[in-house]
Design a protein around this ligand. Structure first.
Ligand code: NAP
Ligand code: GDP
Length: 329
């Protein structure tokens, strides 16, 4: 095998998605939450390589020759998309992660940071969620395919550490939103779906319909905050145990309040209704960021999360500005 380069070559799978785009933004800066001297960052999409295909993935690793991997690529979707395609969410994500981790191992990659989600946690559990509770019971039924595939990432990481001494780890973000999201009306997560629905209602003079009762609570993290924390984890988190990345656990927002914030950010003045016949999904899944905060403190670092309303306004402004031009909308 050819010699490894003397600088870090970081392959970012899913580099064109919501979080991948935010990491592109984060590594425009340097420092503990950004690019290190000499870094080479390589962002790939499904068009560059279908990671469900082991052989094609091997060719990608041979071409890029990464020393580090940030593994974001996944089949991702909101509640309604997950409920409609449990088997696809399970299988695609199992195949993608198997191809990435085994090829990383075979190529001698020293460190992989993969992305889980707070969906992986048990439905029946004491709150707040902590890193120790991932496997403590079945996940919520609404996205069990995706959740089990993501739990397996943590199991695989432990197995690569046990058998091969690899430092393959995972971060666990809460619900993410930001510029460059997936805005598919039915398949997207709640905030981008509501931004899109509200903009259409504003432009078409039609009612803005929010699914479910509006009562469920979600702990949102801005993609640009998450990206800086993932880059920090790559730089400075050296443990196979997963790490929750989220704002404080009391930062929960109800779906009704999130919808109201979208209405304000878009300046929508029309009729606005809840459709309670649509599913609510999990009621809440508040996660503790105590481990993250402790680690940052130990390293003498201060991290300020962007306030929700400011992050939402930035995201809505990006969506409106790119509505006619971005390939993902
Ligand atoms: P996203 O916007 O849907 O982007 C998904 C990315 O994965 C895209 O770059 C996509 O490439 C790529 N991808 C999908 N299927 C692929 C395949 N078969 N082969 C190669 N690449 C493929 O997702 P995201 O929100 O950025 O999510 C990133 C990570 O964060 C995921 O692991 C997700 O599970 C996790 N996460 C997300 C959230 C959230 O609320 N969004 C919450 C918690 C955790 P194309 O652009 O070419 O399609
Ligand atoms: P989850 O956190 O994995 O459940 O994912 P979502 O981002 O899809 O959030 C789902 C919550 O938002 C549920 O309580 C839904 O009832 C509510 N919701 C309201 N309107 C929408 C919508 O248009 N799309 C989605 N995905 N969820 C919606």
């Amino acid at each position: 095998m050819a010699e490894k380069p003397d600088h870090r070559v970081i392959l970012v799978t899913g580099g064109t998605g919501l979080v991948g785009r935010a990491i592109q933004h984060a590594v425009e800066s340097t420092g503990p939450f950004g690019r290190q001297p000499g870094d080479e960052w390589v962002f790939v999409s499904s068009g560059d390589c279908d990671l469900r295909d082991f052989g094609v993935t091997r060719a990608l690793f041979e071409r890029v020759r990464p020393t580090h991997v940030v593994h974001l690529a996944a089949r991702v979707g909101g509640l309604f998309a997950n409920m409609a395609a449990q088997a696809d969410f399970l299988r695609d994500n199992v195949l993608i992660t198997d191809a990435v981790l085994q090829n990383a191992h075979e190529a001698g990659v020293g460190k992989v940071v993969s992305c889980l989600s707070t969906c992986v946690f048990p439905d029946q559990v004491t709150y707040p969620l902590t890193e120790a509770k991932i496997h403590a019971g079945p996940p919520h039924a609404s996205n069990f395919g995706y959740s089990h595939a993501k739990r397996l990432v943590d199991v695989q990481n432990r197995a690569y550490a046990a058998q091969h001494g690899r430092l393959y780890t995972a971060v666990i973000p809460t619900n993410v939103f930001g510029p460059g999201d997936n805005y598919a009306l039915e398949a997207a997560h709640v905030l981008p779906a509501l931004m899109h629905k509200c903009l259409l209602a504003k432009r078409g003079g039609t009612p803005f319909v929010v699914g479910g009762t509006g009562r469920p609570l979600r702990q949102f993290i801005y993609s640009r905050d998450l990206a800086r924390l993932i880059v920090w984890a790559l730089n400075a988190y050296h443990d196979v145990e997963p790490l929750i990345l989220s704002p404080a656990e009391d930062d929960e927002v109800s779906i009704a309040d999130a919808a109201a914030a979208v209405v304000r950010a878009l300046g929508f003045e029309g009729e606005y209704v809840q459709d309670a016949s649509r599913p609510d999904g999990q009621y809440r899944k508040p996660a503790s960021n105590a481990k993250l905060v402790g680690l940052l403190e130990d390293q003498g670092l201060v991290f300020e999360f962007t306030p929700f309303e400011q992050a939402l306004q930035e995201s809505v402004d990006w969506f409106v500005e790119h509505y006619a031009t971005d390939a993902r909308i």
